[in-house]
Ligand binder design. Structure first.
Ligand SMILES: Cc1cc2nc3c(=O)[nH]c(=O)nc-3n(C[C@H](O)[C@H](O)[C@H](O)COP(=O)(O)OP(=O)(O)OC[C@H]3O[C@@H](n4cnc5c(N)ncnc54)[C@H](O)[C@@H]3O)c2cc1C
Length: 332
Protein backbone atom coordinates (compact mmCIF):
# COMPACT_ATOMS: atom_id res chain seq x y z
CA UNK A 1 0.00 0.00 0.00
CA UNK A 2 1.25 3.53 -0.67
CA UNK A 3 0.90 6.81 1.19
CA UNK A 4 3.24 6.02 4.05
CA UNK A 5 3.54 8.93 6.45
CA UNK A 6 5.89 11.56 7.76
CA UNK A 7 9.03 12.64 9.63
CA UNK A 8 10.31 12.47 13.18
CA UNK A 9 13.84 12.94 14.48
CA UNK A 10 14.88 11.06 17.61
CA UNK A 11 15.67 7.37 17.72
CA UNK A 12 14.25 5.57 20.74
CA UNK A 13 16.61 3.79 23.06
CA UNK A 14 16.48 0.22 21.76
CA UNK A 15 17.14 -1.14 25.27
CA UNK A 16 18.17 -4.72 25.91
CA UNK A 17 17.05 -7.26 23.36
CA UNK A 18 17.34 -10.36 25.47
CA UNK A 19 14.88 -12.34 23.32
CA UNK A 20 15.09 -15.48 21.28
CA UNK A 21 14.75 -15.47 17.54
CA UNK A 22 11.07 -15.26 16.59
CA UNK A 23 9.48 -17.96 14.45
CA UNK A 24 9.14 -17.29 10.76
CA UNK A 25 5.80 -16.07 9.38
CA UNK A 26 5.54 -19.30 7.40
CA UNK A 27 5.92 -21.40 10.57
CA UNK A 28 3.57 -19.16 12.50
CA UNK A 29 0.75 -19.39 10.00
CA UNK A 30 1.25 -23.15 9.74
CA UNK A 31 0.90 -23.41 13.54
CA UNK A 32 -2.09 -21.04 13.81
CA UNK A 33 -5.13 -22.41 15.62
CA UNK A 34 -7.57 -19.72 14.48
CA UNK A 35 -10.78 -21.31 13.17
CA UNK A 36 -10.93 -21.79 9.37
CA UNK A 37 -7.78 -19.88 8.33
CA UNK A 38 -5.04 -17.81 9.99
CA UNK A 39 -5.43 -14.04 9.88
CA UNK A 40 -3.01 -11.17 10.40
CA UNK A 41 -3.10 -7.37 10.50
CA UNK A 42 -1.18 -4.34 9.29
CA UNK A 43 -0.59 -1.29 11.47
CA UNK A 44 1.03 2.00 10.64
CA UNK A 45 3.09 4.01 13.14
CA UNK A 46 0.73 6.47 14.90
CA UNK A 47 1.37 10.21 14.76
CA UNK A 48 -0.05 11.31 18.09
CA UNK A 49 -1.07 10.04 21.47
CA UNK A 50 -4.73 9.44 20.61
CA UNK A 51 -3.76 7.42 17.53
CA UNK A 52 -1.25 5.52 19.61
CA UNK A 53 -3.85 4.60 22.21
CA UNK A 54 -6.14 3.38 19.45
CA UNK A 55 -3.37 1.23 18.00
CA UNK A 56 -2.67 -0.50 21.31
CA UNK A 57 -6.37 -1.09 21.91
CA UNK A 58 -6.59 -2.69 18.48
CA UNK A 59 -3.42 -4.70 19.18
CA UNK A 60 -4.98 -6.09 22.32
CA UNK A 61 -8.14 -7.15 20.44
CA UNK A 62 -6.14 -8.82 17.67
CA UNK A 63 -3.94 -10.55 20.18
CA UNK A 64 -7.01 -12.02 21.91
CA UNK A 65 -8.41 -13.08 18.55
CA UNK A 66 -5.19 -14.97 17.81
CA UNK A 67 -3.71 -12.91 14.96
CA UNK A 68 -0.85 -14.86 13.42
CA UNK A 69 1.28 -11.74 13.03
CA UNK A 70 1.18 -7.96 12.85
CA UNK A 71 3.09 -6.02 10.21
CA UNK A 72 4.17 -2.43 10.83
CA UNK A 73 4.68 -0.08 7.87
CA UNK A 74 7.73 2.10 7.23
CA UNK A 75 7.30 5.65 5.89
CA UNK A 76 8.88 6.57 2.58
CA UNK A 77 12.54 7.48 2.86
CA UNK A 78 12.63 6.58 6.54
CA UNK A 79 10.05 9.23 7.46
CA UNK A 80 8.53 7.00 10.17
CA UNK A 81 11.76 5.24 11.03
CA UNK A 82 11.70 6.09 14.73
CA UNK A 83 8.00 5.41 15.14
CA UNK A 84 8.14 2.13 13.23
CA UNK A 85 10.99 0.97 15.48
CA UNK A 86 9.12 2.14 18.57
CA UNK A 87 5.97 0.25 17.60
CA UNK A 88 7.71 -3.02 16.71
CA UNK A 89 9.83 -2.79 19.84
CA UNK A 90 6.71 -2.41 21.99
CA UNK A 91 5.01 -5.27 20.17
CA UNK A 92 8.04 -7.45 20.99
CA UNK A 93 8.26 -6.38 24.62
CA UNK A 94 4.65 -6.03 25.67
CA UNK A 95 2.47 -8.28 23.54
CA UNK A 96 2.38 -11.86 22.35
CA UNK A 97 1.91 -10.74 18.74
CA UNK A 98 4.59 -11.64 16.22
CA UNK A 99 5.82 -8.49 14.44
CA UNK A 100 7.00 -8.00 10.88
CA UNK A 101 8.87 -4.73 10.45
CA UNK A 102 8.56 -3.22 6.96
CA UNK A 103 11.70 -1.67 5.48
CA UNK A 104 11.96 0.37 2.27
CA UNK A 105 15.11 1.11 0.29
CA UNK A 106 13.95 4.49 -1.04
CA UNK A 107 16.04 7.48 0.08
CA UNK A 108 18.56 5.39 2.00
CA UNK A 109 22.22 4.61 1.35
CA UNK A 110 23.27 0.99 1.73
CA UNK A 111 25.07 1.98 4.94
CA UNK A 112 21.85 3.45 6.36
CA UNK A 113 19.92 0.34 5.41
CA UNK A 114 22.49 -1.85 7.16
CA UNK A 115 22.15 0.32 10.24
CA UNK A 116 18.38 0.07 10.12
CA UNK A 117 18.43 -3.71 9.75
CA UNK A 118 20.80 -3.92 12.71
CA UNK A 119 18.47 -1.68 14.71
CA UNK A 120 15.61 -4.09 14.01
CA UNK A 121 17.79 -6.94 15.24
CA UNK A 122 18.65 -4.94 18.36
CA UNK A 123 15.00 -4.49 19.30
CA UNK A 124 14.31 -8.19 18.83
CA UNK A 125 12.76 -8.30 15.35
CA UNK A 126 13.31 -11.46 13.27
CA UNK A 127 10.82 -10.85 10.44
CA UNK A 128 11.28 -8.07 7.89
CA UNK A 129 9.19 -7.19 4.82
CA UNK A 130 11.68 -5.97 2.19
CA UNK A 131 10.30 -3.23 -0.07
CA UNK A 132 11.66 -0.79 -2.58
CA UNK A 133 9.28 2.01 -1.56
CA UNK A 134 7.83 4.73 -3.77
CA UNK A 135 9.28 8.03 -4.94
CA UNK A 136 8.75 10.63 -2.20
CA UNK A 137 6.15 13.29 -3.03
CA UNK A 138 4.38 11.52 -5.87
CA UNK A 139 4.15 7.79 -5.11
CA UNK A 140 3.24 7.09 -8.73
CA UNK A 141 6.05 9.27 -10.09
CA UNK A 142 9.39 8.30 -11.66
CA UNK A 143 11.67 6.18 -9.54
CA UNK A 144 15.21 7.41 -8.94
CA UNK A 145 17.37 5.26 -6.70
CA UNK A 146 19.67 6.88 -4.14
CA UNK A 147 23.15 7.12 -5.72
CA UNK A 148 24.58 5.03 -2.87
CA UNK A 149 21.48 2.95 -2.40
CA UNK A 150 19.60 0.05 -3.97
CA UNK A 151 17.50 -0.15 -7.11
CA UNK A 152 15.05 -2.93 -6.31
CA UNK A 153 13.56 -4.88 -3.41
CA UNK A 154 15.39 -8.02 -4.56
CA UNK A 155 18.70 -6.37 -3.54
CA UNK A 156 17.23 -5.48 -0.15
CA UNK A 157 16.25 -9.12 0.42
CA UNK A 158 19.90 -10.08 -0.16
CA UNK A 159 21.20 -7.26 2.02
CA UNK A 160 18.96 -8.24 4.95
CA UNK A 161 20.23 -11.83 4.76
CA UNK A 162 23.79 -10.53 4.59
CA UNK A 163 23.38 -8.41 7.72
CA UNK A 164 21.71 -10.96 9.97
CA UNK A 165 19.63 -14.00 10.68
CA UNK A 166 16.19 -12.79 9.48
CA UNK A 167 13.07 -14.21 7.90
CA UNK A 168 12.23 -12.05 4.91
CA UNK A 169 9.01 -11.42 2.98
CA UNK A 170 8.26 -9.24 -0.05
CA UNK A 171 5.36 -7.47 -1.75
CA UNK A 172 3.35 -8.96 -4.60
CA UNK A 173 0.81 -7.36 -6.91
CA UNK A 174 -2.29 -9.25 -8.05
CA UNK A 175 -3.01 -6.59 -10.67
CA UNK A 176 0.68 -6.11 -11.47
CA UNK A 177 2.83 -3.30 -10.05
CA UNK A 178 1.70 0.00 -11.61
CA UNK A 179 5.15 0.39 -13.24
CA UNK A 180 5.58 -3.22 -14.39
CA UNK A 181 6.16 -3.60 -18.15
CA UNK A 182 3.51 -6.33 -18.23
CA UNK A 183 2.18 -9.11 -16.00
CA UNK A 184 4.86 -11.56 -17.17
CA UNK A 185 7.61 -9.20 -16.10
CA UNK A 186 5.80 -8.50 -12.84
CA UNK A 187 5.72 -12.26 -12.15
CA UNK A 188 9.40 -12.54 -13.02
CA UNK A 189 10.19 -9.76 -10.52
CA UNK A 190 8.24 -11.56 -7.79
CA UNK A 191 9.87 -14.94 -8.41
CA UNK A 192 13.31 -13.26 -8.50
CA UNK A 193 12.61 -11.76 -5.06
CA UNK A 194 11.51 -15.16 -3.76
CA UNK A 195 14.59 -16.87 -5.21
CA UNK A 196 16.75 -14.20 -3.57
CA UNK A 197 15.61 -15.56 -0.20
CA UNK A 198 12.11 -14.26 0.51
CA UNK A 199 9.96 -16.88 2.21
CA UNK A 200 6.51 -15.49 1.32
CA UNK A 201 4.82 -12.46 -0.17
CA UNK A 202 2.00 -10.22 0.99
CA UNK A 203 -0.14 -8.77 -1.77
CA UNK A 204 -1.20 -5.26 -2.55
CA UNK A 205 -4.86 -4.94 -1.55
CA UNK A 206 -7.39 -6.02 -4.16
CA UNK A 207 -11.15 -6.51 -4.36
CA UNK A 208 -11.50 -8.98 -7.19
CA UNK A 209 -10.59 -12.54 -6.24
CA UNK A 210 -9.71 -13.33 -9.86
CA UNK A 211 -6.69 -11.01 -9.65
CA UNK A 212 -5.31 -13.04 -6.75
CA UNK A 213 -5.99 -16.39 -8.41
CA UNK A 214 -4.35 -15.29 -11.65
CA UNK A 215 -1.26 -14.10 -9.76
CA UNK A 216 -1.03 -17.50 -8.05
CA UNK A 217 -1.38 -19.26 -11.42
CA UNK A 218 1.27 -17.04 -13.02
CA UNK A 219 3.80 -17.81 -10.30
CA UNK A 220 3.02 -21.55 -10.57
CA UNK A 221 3.56 -21.43 -14.32
CA UNK A 222 6.94 -19.70 -14.00
CA UNK A 223 8.51 -21.44 -11.02
CA UNK A 224 6.87 -24.38 -9.24
CA UNK A 225 9.35 -24.25 -6.36
CA UNK A 226 8.68 -20.58 -5.56
CA UNK A 227 4.94 -21.13 -6.05
CA UNK A 228 5.00 -23.28 -2.91
CA UNK A 229 5.76 -20.15 -0.87
CA UNK A 230 2.68 -18.47 0.65
CA UNK A 231 1.09 -15.58 -1.23
CA UNK A 232 -0.80 -13.84 1.58
CA UNK A 233 -3.73 -11.76 0.31
CA UNK A 234 -3.81 -8.14 1.53
CA UNK A 235 -7.38 -6.98 2.24
CA UNK A 236 -9.14 -3.85 3.36
CA UNK A 237 -12.79 -3.77 4.44
CA UNK A 238 -14.04 -0.45 3.05
CA UNK A 239 -15.50 1.84 5.70
CA UNK A 240 -15.21 5.16 3.87
CA UNK A 241 -15.65 5.92 0.18
CA UNK A 242 -13.36 8.96 0.32
CA UNK A 243 -10.64 6.96 2.01
CA UNK A 244 -10.79 3.99 -0.34
CA UNK A 245 -10.71 6.29 -3.38
CA UNK A 246 -7.50 7.83 -2.04
CA UNK A 247 -5.99 4.39 -1.39
CA UNK A 248 -6.83 3.26 -4.89
CA UNK A 249 -5.34 6.44 -6.34
CA UNK A 250 -2.09 6.02 -4.40
CA UNK A 251 -1.61 2.34 -5.08
CA UNK A 252 -2.69 2.08 -8.71
CA UNK A 253 -5.06 -0.83 -7.92
CA UNK A 254 -8.63 -1.01 -9.11
CA UNK A 255 -11.98 -0.84 -7.33
CA UNK A 256 -14.37 -3.06 -9.35
CA UNK A 257 -17.09 -0.99 -11.06
CA UNK A 258 -19.90 -2.90 -9.32
CA UNK A 259 -18.45 -2.30 -5.84
CA UNK A 260 -17.62 1.30 -6.64
CA UNK A 261 -21.19 1.93 -7.74
CA UNK A 262 -22.69 0.24 -4.65
CA UNK A 263 -20.42 2.30 -2.39
CA UNK A 264 -21.28 5.49 -4.26
CA UNK A 265 -24.99 4.83 -3.88
CA UNK A 266 -24.58 3.99 -0.20
CA UNK A 267 -22.55 7.18 0.36
CA UNK A 268 -25.44 9.27 -0.98
CA UNK A 269 -25.37 12.76 -2.47
CA UNK A 270 -25.10 14.78 0.73
CA UNK A 271 -22.06 16.87 1.65
CA UNK A 272 -20.97 14.12 4.08
CA UNK A 273 -20.97 10.48 2.94
CA UNK A 274 -23.28 8.13 4.79
CA UNK A 275 -20.57 6.21 6.62
CA UNK A 276 -22.89 3.64 8.19
CA UNK A 277 -24.30 2.65 4.78
CA UNK A 278 -20.84 2.61 3.16
CA UNK A 279 -19.53 0.44 5.99
CA UNK A 280 -22.34 -2.05 5.58
CA UNK A 281 -21.58 -2.48 1.89
CA UNK A 282 -17.80 -2.57 2.51
CA UNK A 283 -17.94 -5.15 5.26
CA UNK A 284 -20.42 -7.35 3.41
CA UNK A 285 -18.20 -7.25 0.34
CA UNK A 286 -15.03 -8.01 2.33
CA UNK A 287 -16.78 -10.96 3.98
CA UNK A 288 -17.72 -12.44 0.60
CA UNK A 289 -14.21 -11.89 -0.74
CA UNK A 290 -12.73 -13.66 2.30
CA UNK A 291 -15.19 -16.57 1.93
CA UNK A 292 -14.08 -16.99 -1.65
CA UNK A 293 -10.39 -16.79 -0.70
CA UNK A 294 -10.83 -19.34 2.09
CA UNK A 295 -12.54 -21.67 -0.40
CA UNK A 296 -9.53 -21.20 -2.68
CA UNK A 297 -7.21 -22.33 0.13
CA UNK A 298 -5.34 -19.10 0.92
CA UNK A 299 -2.65 -19.44 3.61
CA UNK A 300 -3.77 -16.43 5.66
CA UNK A 301 -5.98 -13.32 5.42
CA UNK A 302 -4.02 -10.10 5.99
CA UNK A 303 -6.08 -7.05 6.92
CA UNK A 304 -5.00 -3.44 6.42
CA UNK A 305 -6.62 -2.14 9.59
CA UNK A 306 -5.57 1.53 9.62
CA UNK A 307 -5.08 0.81 13.35
CA UNK A 308 -8.79 0.17 13.98
CA UNK A 309 -10.07 -3.22 15.08
CA UNK A 310 -13.81 -2.94 14.58
CA UNK A 311 -14.20 -3.48 10.84
CA UNK A 312 -11.79 -6.44 10.79
CA UNK A 313 -13.52 -7.83 13.88
CA UNK A 314 -16.87 -7.65 12.10
CA UNK A 315 -15.55 -9.45 9.05
CA UNK A 316 -13.99 -12.15 11.26
CA UNK A 317 -17.29 -12.48 13.14
CA UNK A 318 -19.17 -12.90 9.85
CA UNK A 319 -16.64 -15.60 8.92
CA UNK A 320 -17.25 -17.41 12.25
CA UNK A 321 -13.64 -16.86 13.22
CA UNK A 322 -14.36 -15.14 16.54
CA UNK A 323 -14.89 -17.28 19.65
CA UNK A 324 -18.47 -17.20 20.89
CA UNK A 325 -17.27 -15.47 24.09
CA UNK A 326 -17.18 -12.38 21.86
CA UNK A 327 -13.55 -11.27 22.17
CA UNK A 328 -12.96 -7.56 21.67
CA UNK A 329 -16.44 -6.77 20.38
CA UNK A 330 -17.18 -3.06 20.04
CA UNK A 331 -13.96 -1.97 21.70
CA UNK A 332 -12.41 0.24 19.04
C1 LIG B 1 2.15 -5.65 1.30
C2 LIG B 1 2.77 -4.31 0.96
C3 LIG B 1 3.34 -3.55 1.98
C4 LIG B 1 3.91 -2.31 1.69
N1 LIG B 1 4.46 -1.58 2.71
C5 LIG B 1 5.06 -0.40 2.46
C6 LIG B 1 5.66 0.37 3.50
O1 LIG B 1 5.66 -0.02 4.66
N2 LIG B 1 6.24 1.55 3.18
C7 LIG B 1 6.25 2.03 1.88
O2 LIG B 1 6.79 3.12 1.66
N3 LIG B 1 5.71 1.31 0.86
C8 LIG B 1 5.11 0.12 1.12
N4 LIG B 1 4.54 -0.60 0.09
C9 LIG B 1 4.53 -0.03 -1.26
C10 LIG B 1 5.76 -0.45 -2.09
O3 LIG B 1 6.92 0.10 -1.53
C11 LIG B 1 5.51 0.07 -3.51
O4 LIG B 1 4.44 -0.60 -4.10
C12 LIG B 1 6.71 0.07 -4.43
O5 LIG B 1 6.36 0.81 -5.61
C13 LIG B 1 7.15 -1.31 -4.92
O6 LIG B 1 7.83 -1.95 -3.96
P1 LIG B 1 8.41 -3.44 -4.23
O7 LIG B 1 9.06 -3.83 -2.97
O8 LIG B 1 7.39 -4.31 -4.81
O9 LIG B 1 9.52 -3.09 -5.35
P2 LIG B 1 10.26 -3.96 -6.47
O10 LIG B 1 9.97 -5.41 -6.32
O11 LIG B 1 11.67 -3.51 -6.45
O12 LIG B 1 9.55 -3.47 -7.80
C14 LIG B 1 9.43 -2.08 -8.07
C15 LIG B 1 9.32 -1.84 -9.57
O13 LIG B 1 10.55 -2.16 -10.19
C16 LIG B 1 10.38 -3.17 -11.18
N5 LIG B 1 11.55 -4.06 -11.06
C17 LIG B 1 11.90 -4.79 -9.99
N6 LIG B 1 13.05 -5.46 -10.23
C18 LIG B 1 13.41 -5.13 -11.50
C19 LIG B 1 14.51 -5.47 -12.32
N7 LIG B 1 15.47 -6.31 -11.92
N8 LIG B 1 14.59 -4.92 -13.57
C20 LIG B 1 13.64 -4.05 -14.02
N9 LIG B 1 12.56 -3.69 -13.27
C21 LIG B 1 12.47 -4.23 -12.03
C22 LIG B 1 9.07 -3.87 -10.82
O14 LIG B 1 8.41 -4.41 -11.96
C23 LIG B 1 8.27 -2.73 -10.25
O15 LIG B 1 7.67 -1.98 -11.29
C24 LIG B 1 3.93 -1.84 0.35
C25 LIG B 1 3.35 -2.60 -0.67
C26 LIG B 1 2.78 -3.83 -0.37
C27 LIG B 1 2.13 -4.63 -1.48
Amino acid sequence: MSGYPDPVTQLPDPGPTGGERHPSIVDRIAASTTPRVPFSVEFYPPRDEAAEERLWRAASVFSELGAAFVSVTYGAGGSTRDRTVKVVERVVRETDLLPIAHLTAVGHTVAELREMIQLYADVGVSNILALRGDPPGDPLGDWTPHPDGLHYAEELVRLIHEVGDFHVGVASFPEGHYRARDLDHDTEVLTTKLRAGAEYSITQMFWDVEHYLRLRDRVAAVDAEQAAKPIIPGLMPVTSLRQVRRMVELSGCELPAGLSERLRRAAGDGPEENRAAVREVGIGFATQLCERLIAEGVPCLHFNTLNFSRATHEVLTNLSMVPSTGVGAARS
